[in-house]
Ligand binder design. Structure first.
Ligand code: C2E
Ligand code: MG
Ligand code: MG
Length: 698
C-alpha cells in the first residue's frame, strides 16, 4: 500500500502543500538539498546552508558540484548522471571519507544519503548531508590509539604473546619470536608444545585455571622453553586476561622475560658462596651443611659416617721454595685426584690452606672408613707433573668415625685433627684413626698452640741469654739467645715443647722475628767489642722471603755490628731445601754475619752439611758432651769432632757442659768454646752485663 493523504498520493499532497515541506525540512537534524536532473541546487534547508556556509539565495541555482571538493568533482558528475538515470535510494557511508567544499574553501567531513524524487515530472534528487567530522575525528583517535597499542606490542623489547584458551598464540611480537627462536608463522600456526619444554607442558593449564576462576588477576610463573638448537631457556611469564564486557575471557596476555642468565648468575653466586675458588671443591660452609645432614641421617637411620682430615705433608716447603703459582697448581692437581676417588654420596672439601676434609657416609664398619683413607692416600703414589717440574707430594690423614651417639661437628673435626697430628708425628704419609686415648695428649697440644698465639701478642715471651765461655781463658765471649715462655698458669714452658709447635703451626716465622728483634736490640746495649750474640733459627724461617731483610733492618736500627751476630742453624734447615737455605746463608755471610752449626752430630749427614756451609762455629750436641751412658764410642766421636774443627779451622763449641770432669776433658782435647749449666743457665737480659764480666775458675 502506498502512503496517501485522503484520496491523494502523499507526493502529490506534498507538491500541493509547500509549507508542510518547509516545516519538515527545518526540523530535520541533517542538511537537505533538492537537486534537479541537471545538477542545479533548487532548494535547501537551514542546516544545509549552515553546513556549506552559503546563504540560501546564494545556494539556489548553483551546481551541486560547487560544493564538491575539486578532487572529487569529475567523478561526482559521472556518478550523479548514473544516479539520475535510474538511481535508487542510497547512502554513501563513512568509509568513503566524503567531504563537501564549504564556501570559505574549507572541507567538511560528511555522510551523504541520496533519494530520487520525481518533481514536476523530472527526476530530481534529494541529498541528505550529515556532519561527520566529530565522528570521524573520534574514529581517527581510536585508530591512533590502536596504532599506538600495536606499536607498543610490536616494538616492545619484552617478549609478548596473546594466547587463546588452548595456549595457542594469537599474536606474538618480534621479541617473543627472537626469544623462542621461531618465526611468527611457526608460532601462529603451531601450538605452544612447539617450544615448551616437555616437562613443563602442564604448567600453563593450571595457571589458566586460576585466571579463569578469577582468583587472581595476574599470575607470575616460570617455564622452560626449548630453542630449535636444543638450548633450554628459563622464562618468567606474567599472564593476565583480556575479557569481553560480560567478563568472558577473550585471550590471555603474556609478558615474558628470559631469566636464564640471571638464574645462571644466581647459581654461580651460590656456587661461589659454597665452593673454594681455587680447587672448585666444596668449601667449609657447604661441608658444614653436608655434615649436618649426615648427622641427621645417622640419627634417623643409624649407620656410620667418617670425617677424614687430609693434610699435605710439608706443603709449606713447596709453596715457599717453588712459589705460590706452583703451590696453587699442585693444590688443584691434588684436589682433582682426590675428587676422582670421591664417591657421589661423599663430600670433599677444601678446609683451607693445604687441608682437605672428606665426609664419608653410609659406612657399615670402621674398616670402610680406613679403606677411604687408603684410597685417598693412593692418589699421592704418583708424582704430580706441573708446568716444568715434577713434585712428589704425600699426605697424612686423620680419620674419625661417627654414629648416632656422636654428632658434634666441633669435636669431630678436632678429633680428626688430633688423629692427623698423630699421623704426622708417626712419620707422615699415613693415616691414623682417632682413639679417645689420643685425646688427652692432643687436647693440651691444641690448647698450647692457641695460647702460644696469645703469648706472642702479650709479654709472656722473653729472650734469655746463656753465656758462651772461651775454655782457654774461661771468660765469656758470647751469649746464645734462648726463648722463654712464662705461661701465666703453667709456669715456664720449655722451647723444646713450644718451638716444634710453632714450627708446625707456622707461628715460628713471627716467633723467630721476635727473637731476632729482641736479641739484637738487647745485644746492641752490650759493651762495644763485647760478647757476640748467637740466635737460633728454625728451618721454616729460611723460607721466609723477608728473613734477610728483617735481620739487616734490626742490625741497622740497633747499630749492632753484623760480625758480632751468629746465626745458629740445625741440619734439618739445610735438608729441607738445600739450594734455598744455602742462598740465604750466603747472603747472611755476605753481610758479615757468622753461622754456627747447632746440635752437630745428631743428624745423619752432619759431615755433608759441613761441606755445604762454612760455619764460624760447630756446636757439638750435648749428647756427646754429657752422655747419659758414658761409652767409648761417644768419647771417640767427641774427640773426632774437635779434631775435625781444628783441621777445618772452625771453632768448636761443646754444648751442655754440666760437670768439672766434662770441662776438663774438653779443655784437654783443645775444644775452643763451652756452654752449659756448669757455667750458667740462660739468664735474663738484665743479668747479662754482670755475667759478661765473670771469669770462671780454675
Ligand atoms: P739449642 O739451640 O741446642 O739450645 C741449647 C739448649 O740446651 C737450651 O735449651 C739450653 O737451655 C740447654 N742447655 C744449655 N746448657 C745445658 C746443660 O748444661 N744441660 C742441659 N741439659 N741443657 C742445657 P732450651 O733453652 O730449652 O732450648 C731448647 C731448644 O729450643 C734450643 O736448642 C733451640 O733449638 C730451641 N730454641 C730456643 N730458643 C729458640 C729461638 O729463639 N728460636 C729458635 N728457632 N729455636 C729456639
Ligand atoms: Mg742453639
Ligand atoms: Mg744445640
Amino acid at each position: 500500500m502506498t502512503s496517501s493523504v485522503g484520496d491523494e498520493s502523499f507526493i502529490d499532497f506534498l507538491e500541493r502543500h509547500p509549507l508542510t515541506w518547509e516545516r519538515l525540512l527545518n526540523v530535520l537534524p541533517d542538511g537537505v538539498a533538492f537537486v534537479d536532473d541537471t545538477g542545479i541546487i533548487r532548494h535547501a534547508n537551514a542546516v544545509f546552508t549552515t553546513l556549506t556556509g552559503y546563504e540560501l539565495a546564494d545556494l539556489v541555482g548553483r551546481s551541486i558540484e560547487d560544493i564538491v571538493p575539486p578532487s572529487a568533482r569529475a567523478r561526482h558528475v559521472e556518478q550523479r548522471r548514473r544516479f539520475v538515470d535510474g538511481g535508487r535510494v542510497r547512502t554513501m557511508g563513512r568509509h568513503l571519507n566524503l567531504s563537501l567544499l564549504r564556501r570559505d574553501g574549507s572541507e567538511l567531513a560528511v555522510d551523504i544519503a541520496l533519494a530520487p524524487i520525481v518533481l514536476g515530472g523530472r527526476p530530481w534528487t534529494i541529498t541528505l548531508v550529515r556532519d561527520d567530522s566529530a565522528e570521524r575525528s573520534a574514529s581517527r583517535a581510536r585508530d591512533e590509539i590502536e596504532q599506538r597499542f600495536r606499536l607498543a606490542f610490536e616494538e616492545n623489547m619484552a617478549p609478548m604473546a596473546f594466547t587463546d584458551l588452548d595456549d595457542r598464540c594469537i599474536a606474538v611480537n618480534d621479541a617473543f619470536c627472537a626469544m623462542v627462536g621461531r618465526t611468527r608463522e611457526e608460532l601462529l600456526t603451531g601450538d605452544s608444545s612447539l617450544f615448551t619444554h616437555p616437562e613443563d607442558l602442564g604448567i600453563t593449564e593450571s595457571v589458566q585455571q586460576r585466571l579463569i576462576a578469577g582468583d587472581v588477576e595476574r599470575v607470575r610463573y616460570i617455564k622452560r622453553y626449548v630453542k630449535p638448537d636444543g638450548r633450554v631457556i628459563v622464562v618468567e611469564i606474567s599472564k593476565s586476561t583480556a575479557r569481553d564486557e560480560h567478563g568472558g575471557i577473550l585471550y590471555f596476555v603474556n609478558s615474558e622475560r628470559d631469566i636464564t642468565d640471571e638464574l645462571e648468575l644466581a647459581d654461580q653466586l651460590a656456587h661461589q658462596a659454597l665452593h673454594d675458588p681455587l680447587t672448585g671443591l666444596a668449601n667449609r660452609a657447604l661441608f658444614d651443611d653436608r655434615l649436618t645432614q649426615a648427622f641427621e641421617r645417622v640419627d634417623r637411620y643409624g649407620g656410620f659416617g667418617a670425617v677424614l682430615l687430609i693434610d699435605l705433608d710439608d706443603f709449606k716447603g713447596i709453596n715457599d721454595t717453588r712459589g705460590h703459582v706452583t703451590g696453587d697448581e699442585l693444590l688443584s692437581a691434588v684436589a682433582g685426584r682426590m675428587q676422582s676417588v670421591t664417591r657421589a654420596s661423599d663430600t670433599l672439601c677444601r678446609f683451607g690452606g693445604d687441608e682437605f676434609l672428606y665426609l664419608a657416609e653410609g659406612l657399615s664398619s670402621d674398616e670402610e672408613a680406613q679403606q677411604v683413607a687408603v684410597r685417598l692416600l693412593g692418589v699421592f703414589d704418583e708424582a704430580f707433573a706441573m708446568s716444568g717440574t715434577v713434585v712428589e707430594q704425600r699426605a697424612s690423614i686423620g680419620v674419625v668415625t661417627f654414629d648416632a651417639g656422636k654428632v658434634d661437628r666441633e669435636t669431630l673435626v678436632r678429633d680428626a685433627d688430633v688423629a692427623l697430628y698423630e699421623a704426622k708425628r708417626d712419620g707422615k704419609n699415613r693415616y691414623v684413626v682417632f682413639t679417645p686415648t689420643m685425646h688427652h695428649r692432643a687436647a693440651s697440644h691444641f690448647e698450647l698452640a692457641r695460647e702460644l698465639r696469645h703469648a706472642l701478642a702479650t709479654d709472656e715471651l722473653a729472650m734469655h741469654y746463656q753465656p758462651i765461655v772461651e775454655l782457654s781463658t774461661m771468660t765469656v765471649v758470647g751469649f746464645e739467645a734462648l726463648m722463654r715462655w712464662r705461661h701465666p698458669s703453667r709456669g715456664s714452658v720449655s722451647p723444646s715443647v713450644f718451638i716444634p709447635l710453632a714450627e708446625e703451626s707456622g707461628l715460628i716465622v713471627e716467633l723467630g722475628a721476635f727473637a731476632l728483634r729482641e736479641a739484637i736490640a738487647t745485644a746492641a746495649t752490650w759493651a762495644s767489642h763485647g760478647p757476640y750474640l748467637t740466635v737460633n733459627l728454625s728451618a721454616r724461617q729460611f723460607h721466609d722471603p723477608d728473613l734477610v731483610a728483617t735481620i739487616e733492618r734490626e742490625l741497622k736500627s740497633s747499630g749492632f755490628a753484623p760480625d758480632r751476630l751468629i746465626i745458629e742453624v740445625t741440619e734439618s734447615a739445610t735438608l729441607s731445601d738445600v739450594a734455598e737455605t744455602l742462598g740465604v746463608i750466603e747472603r747472611l755471610t755476605h753481610l758479615g754475619i757468622g753461622i754456627a752449626l747447632d746440635d752437630f752430630g745428631t743428624g745423619y749427614s752432619s759431615l755433608h752439611y759441613l761441606t755445604l756451609v762454612h760455619p764460624r762455629i760447630i756446636k757439638i750436641d750435648q749428647s756427646f758432651v754429657s752422655p747419659v751412658h758414658d761409652d767409648p764410642r761417644t768419647r771417640t766421636l767427641l774427640e773426632t769432632i774437635v779434631t775435625l774443627g781444628q783441621k777445618l779451622d772452625v771453632e768448636v763449641l761443646a754444648e751442655g757442659i754440666e760437670t768439672d770432669d766434662q770441662l776438663e776433658h774438653l779443655r784437654r782435647l783443645g775444644c775452643d768454646l763451652g756452654q752449659g749449666f756448669l757455667f750458667s743457665p740462660a739468664v735474663s737480659a738484665a743479668e747479662v752485663p754482670a755475667m759478661a764480666e765473670r771469669r770462671f775458675g780454675p
